[in-house]
Write a protein that binds this ligand. Structure first.
Ligand code: MLT
Length: 412
C-alpha cells in the first residue's frame, strides 16, 4: 500500500493564481465581447520583451552549443562561475555587501528556492510569516508538515502570523515570542511596502538574539526607488550570520518564462542540530543542490550574465522605469477613483483597500465584470489581505492608462 502526503490535503482549494485563471476562463466563456476588452493585471508576470543584451548573449550561447569545440553538457550544479561572479560583484560587493562568488547558488526561480530551502531546515522550527504574504511560503510549509489545519480565515495552526496593516506600514515587527525561521519579503509582494534600514536592523537583532534565520526574499529589489531603502539584507551588519537571500532575474530582466534566479547562503550562517550544536547550513544547501538539481542551462546563464553588462544594466533600468511608470499611472487612477492606495513606489504592485466593506473576491468579480480588468483579491494572500486587492503594474503603458481610466469610471 502506498501512502500519500496527508499534509497536501490541508491545502486550501487551489493555488491563488490558477484559481484566478479558472474564474477568468469561465468569465471569458460566458462573455465573448467583454473578453476582447479584458486587461490582465492579476499575476505579476512581465509583458515586455527580454533586454537586447540578453537576446544577443543567448544567441551566441546557442551557436557555441552548435559546435563540438564549444559545446557544453552538464554545468556546475551551483551555477557557472562567470554568472556567480557577475552577481556577487555587481549586486553585492559593489554596494559594500560582503558576499563571495561561491556563496551564490544559481537556480530556476525564487519560488522554487523559497520552497526548497525547507529541505535543509529542521521540522521542529517555529515559522513566522507575514500576513498578507506571497502564498508559496505558507503552502510549502503546509506541504512539509510544519502546520496543523487551517481555520475558517485560512490561517494554519502552528504558524506565527505577523500582521501587516496600514498601522505598521505593512512591514511586520518582530514578535514578542521566539521564532526560529522568519520569512521577509522586501519590496513586498503583495503590498508593495519596502522595509527601511531601521526595520531590517530590528529583524537582524531579533534573529541574532533568538538564533533564528531570516529568509529574505528580494525578488523585487530592482524596483526600489527611495535611496534610503536597503537593496539587500546583507547591507545590515551581522546579517551574514542570520540571513539567506533570494533574488531573481524574473522581474528585473523579464525572465519569468526563461527561468533564472539565485540564492545567497553565507558560509558564516549557522543553524542548530537536534543535539544542540551550531553547524553551517552552507554545506547542506550545496549537497541538496548537487543531489536534486542539475543547474540552469548554459544558454540561460549567459543570458542572465548579460543583464550585468553595461548595455544590459541600462536596458534593465529602462524596463524597471517602464513598469514603475505604469505603477504611477495606476496609483493616480485608483486615487482619482477615491480609493485608498498603498505601494507602487518601490514595487510593481499597488495595494488597494476595497470600498464599502466589499470582500476582496467581491471586488475581484465587480472589477472583472464591470471594468473587464483582472486584479488579485487580497484575501488570497492571507486573512489580513481580506478587504484589499492588488493591481500589478506589469503591462504595456497603453493598458495601464486604460485600466486607470476604467477604475475611475467604476461606480462603487
Ligand atoms: C505574483 O503575482 O505574486 C507573482 O507573479 C508570483 C511569482 O512571482 O511567482
Amino acid at each position: 500500500m502506498a501512502y500519500l502526503n496527508d499534509h497536501y490535503l490541508k491545502l486550501k482549494a487551489g493555488y491563488l493564481f490558477p484559481e484566478i485563471a479558472r474564474r477568468v476562463r469561465v468569465f471569458c466563456e460566458q462573455n465573448a465581447d467583454a473578453t476582447k476588452r479584458l486587461i490582465r493585471c492579476g499575476i505579476g508576470d512581465v509583458t515586455e520583451p527580454l533586454p537586447p543584451a540578453t537576446i544577443e548573449a543567448m544567441h551566441q550561447a546557442v551557436d557555441e552549443m552548435a559546435r563540438r569545440e564549444t559545446f557544453r553538457g552538464y554545468g556546475p550544479e551551483q551555477g557557472y562561475e562567470f554568472l556567480r561572479h557577475a552577481i556577487a560583484q555587481n549586486d553585492y560587493r559593489d554596494h559594500g555587501a560582503d558576499v563571495a562568488d561561491d556563496e551564490i547558488f544559481i537556480s530556476d526561480g525564487s519560488k522554487c528556492d523559497t520552497g526548497n530551502i525547507l529541505d535543509v531546515l529542521g521540522h521542529q522550527n517555529r515559522i513566522a510569516i507575514s500576513d498578507p504574504v506571497y502564498p508559496v511560503y505558507v503552502d510549502t510549509n503546509v506541504m512539509a508538515g510544519h502546520t496543523g489545519e487551517a481555520d475558517e480565515s485560512g490561517a494554519y495552526d502552528g504558524i506565527v502570523y505577523l500582521p501587516c496593516t496600514p498601522e505598521n506600514g505593512f512591514i511586520p515587527e518582530p514578535p514578542k515570542e521566539p521564532v526560529d525561521v522568519i520569512y521577509l519579503c522586501s519590496p513586498n509582494n503583495p503590498t508593495g511596502a519596502a522595509a527601511t534600514r531601521a526595520q531590517l536592523d530590528a529583524w537582524v537583532n531579533y534573529a541574532q538574539a533568538n538564533k533564528s534565520i531570516i529568509l529574505f526574499d528580494a525578488a523585487y529589489e530592482a524596483y526600489i526607488s527611495s535611496p534610503a531603502i536597503p537593496h539587500s539584507i546583507y547591507e545590515i551588519p551581522r546579517a551574514r550570520e542570520c540571513a539567506i537571500e533570494f533574488r531573481s532575474c524574473s522581474k528585473n530582466g523579464g525572465f519569468t518564462g526563461v527561468r533564472c534566479a539565485f540564492t545567497v547562503v553565507p558560509k558564516t550562517l549557522k543553524a542548530t542540530t537536534s543535539r544542540g550544536e551550531q553547524k553551517p547550513l552552507y554545506p547542506l544547501w550545496l549537497r541538496r543542490m548537487a543531489t536534486k538539481f542539475n543547474g540552469v542551462s548554459y544558454i540561460v546563464q549567459r543570458g542572465a550574465e548579460a543583464l550585468y553588462s553595461p548595455a544590459g544594466k541600462a536596458q534593465v533600468r529602462a524596463l524597471i522605469e517602464h513598469y514603475l511608470g505604469n505603477a504611477e499611472v495606476l496609483v493616480a487612477g485608483a486615487r482619482a477613483a477615491g480609493l485608498t492606495v498603498y505601494g507602487g513606489v518601490n514595487a510593481p504592485y499597488i495595494w488597494v483597500q476595497t470600498p464599502n466593506g466589499l470582500s476582496s473576491w467581491q471586488a475581484f468579480d465587480k472589477i472583472l465584470n464591470e471594468a473587464n480588468v483582472v486584479i488579485t483579491p487580497g484575501g488570497g494572500f492571507g486573512s489580513k489581505g481580506e478587504g484589499y486587492f492588488r493591481i500589478s503594474a506589469f503591462n504595456s503603458r497603453a493598458n495601464a492608462e486604460e485600466v486607470a481610466r476604467r477604475m475611475k469610471a467604476l461606480k462603487w
